[in-house]
Design a protein around this ligand. Structure first.
Ligand SMILES: C[S@@+](CC[C@H](N)C(=O)[O-])C[C@H]1O[C@@H](n2cnc3c(N)ncnc32)[C@H](O)[C@@H]1O
Length: 457
């Protein structure tokens, strides 16, 4: 039996020929081998775009979806291979299997540290950076950086980055994760080797008392000895900001875990988490050995996306995901850490997109107003012809309740943002749909909305 070949010229081919070809051979040149776990349509689309816009050398260095180029492993493959993010023995099997089955998508490098709801899949961000045409030396902006995924991926790719977040905890967390790419491993090892002293030290300087990050760090610097043992703590490199921030993030991570789960004592949690932080830093730095000079420069800042201190037309690309606060209250989620860092949560909530307003209707109206200001800012700072990608979810049933219209008549948040963008000189060039597969997400569907700034503005 013969059929018309649907893919190339209208030449009859046998059913056997059709079935013997796999999609990968049809879509990609022979020298490219996909990473395992590419199993969603949006991933295949991004992989295809990467293969079209990047040279073999660029795929080898910065590609997100390829394991090999001409038989040589890519840097992405090397970063992800081996044991996935080392989780504590007592972690749930659900958590362990999540990181195992998503080994090439998330959890690799310092992105996997610290649970933060609404995190991007780093592999997807790496691909977006590529397909938006960003190259080493360019600058990418994330106006609402959260846990810093865009900045971390950009740094690894040799691309400079600027990130803002209204939450001081996000600014701190991003900075610490970036530090993890270069932090002196000896210092983290010293903290582990002297674990009792490390624990005692952090408890006595930060403890459960409310204190600001800068006060905590000042206290850490002043205190050189541990009274109980008389030993000098963290003798190697401890005065380095990178060491302090990385250890402090691990400490706050452990505090958060022990608040949520009673399975281990806080001390045991801290030890397991510090081991993971060491494992992650060592793993990524081994891959980067010899390439540290190629890393981009990241600037995480505390700031308001509605009014960014950036020059007009100064940015080469923007990637962000706005909060969808009808689904996630970031301040409530981070309340413990924010309090531990001495932040006044009530004051902070006035500046948080999605939280302003007393009723759901008021919140929704303020949300649209705030997003209009943010999109207008994005358009202002972007260079003409460059791209802005917004990753956004929508929950039309919820919107239908708020707006009192039938679900089928609701204009989703994605559609509303596209309309606002178009009014600000950002034109839609592509919208990609993606299922949300994260552990604790309320929304199951989101969109990657790719916009291009009018080249003539
Ligand atoms: C969906 S999260 C971003 C997550 C991020 N893409 C990641 O990978 O971790 C949205 C972020 O917007 C931040 N945010 C809310 N209002 C803001 C504002 N006015 N300016 C800057 N950031 C804001 C929140 O603190 C939250 O971290």
């Amino acid at each position: 039996m013969t059929v018309v070949n649907p893919i190339s010229e209208a030449k009859p081919i046998s059913i056997k020929e059709i079935l013997s070809r796999n999609l990968q051979d049809i879509l990609f040149p022979a020298q490219l081998k996909l990473v395992p776990q590419v199993n969603e349509v949006y991933e295949l689309a991004l992989a295809f775009f990467e293969s079209q816009v990047l040279s073999d050398e660029e795929i080898q260095r910065n590609g997100a979806y390829f394991a090999e180029v001409n038989g040589q492993p890519t840097r992405h493959f090397l970063m992800c291979q081996g044991a996935p993010l080392r989780l504590a023995e007592h972690s749930s099997s659900r958590l362990k299997s999540f990181f195992k089955i998503n080994q090439f998508k998330t959890g690799y490098d310092t992105n996997g540290l610290f649970p933060y709801r609404g995190k991007f899949h780093p592999q997807m961000i790496k691909a977006l950076i590529n397909v938006m045409g960003l190259k080493p030396g360019d600058t990418v902006l994330d106006p609402m950086m959260g846990s810093g995924t865009v900045l971390i991926e950009a740094t690894l790719m040799g691309i400079n980055s600027i990130g803002f977040d209204a939450s001081p905890f996000c600014e701190f967390m991003t900075r610490a994760k970036i530090h993890g790419l270069r932090v002196p491993l000896k210092a983290i090892k010293a903290a582990l080797d002297n674990f009792d002293s490390t624990f005692e030290y952090f408890c006595s300087t930060i403890g459960a008392t409310e204190t600001s990050v800068s006060t905590a760090k000042k206290k850490l610097l002043k205190k050189k000895k541990i009274s109980a043992t008389g030993k000098e703590l963290l003798p190697y490199g401890f005065k380095k900001e990178s060491v302090q921030n990385y250890l402090l993030l691990a400490f706050l991570d452990a505090k958060g875990y022990s608040e949520r789960s009673q399975r281990k004592s806080f001390k045991e949690q801290f030890k397991a988490i510090l081991e993971r932080y060491y494992f992650v830093a060592e793993k990524i730095q081994t891959v980067l050995d010899g390439f540290q000079e190629e890393l981009g420069e990241a600037k995480p800042r505390l700031g308001d996306a509605r009014k960014m201190p950036l020059d007009d037309r100064s940015i080469d690309g923007i990637i962000f995901s706005p909060p969808y606060s009808f689904a996630i209250d970031y301040l409530e989620n981070d309340a413990y850490h924010l309090k531990a860092l001495g932040v006044d949560i009530d004051k902070l909530s006035n500046g948080m997109v999605g939280l302003r307003g007393r009723t759901q209707t008021a919140k929704y109206e303020n949300y649209i107003q705030d997003m209009t200001r943010i999109i207008s800012e994005c358009s202002r700072v972007l260079k003409p012809g460059k791209l802005c990608s917004i990753v956004v979810g929508t929950n039309n049933n919820q919107l239908s309740n708020i707006l009192k219209v039938r679900p089928e008549e609701v204009k989703g948040i994605d559609e509303q943002l596209i309309e606002i963008a178009q009014n600000h000189g950002l034109n839609l060039i592509r919208k990609i749909e993606r299922q949300i597969t994260g552990m604790a997400n309320t929304m199951r569907l989101e969109f990657i909305v790719m916009l291009q700034k009018n080249p003539l503005t």
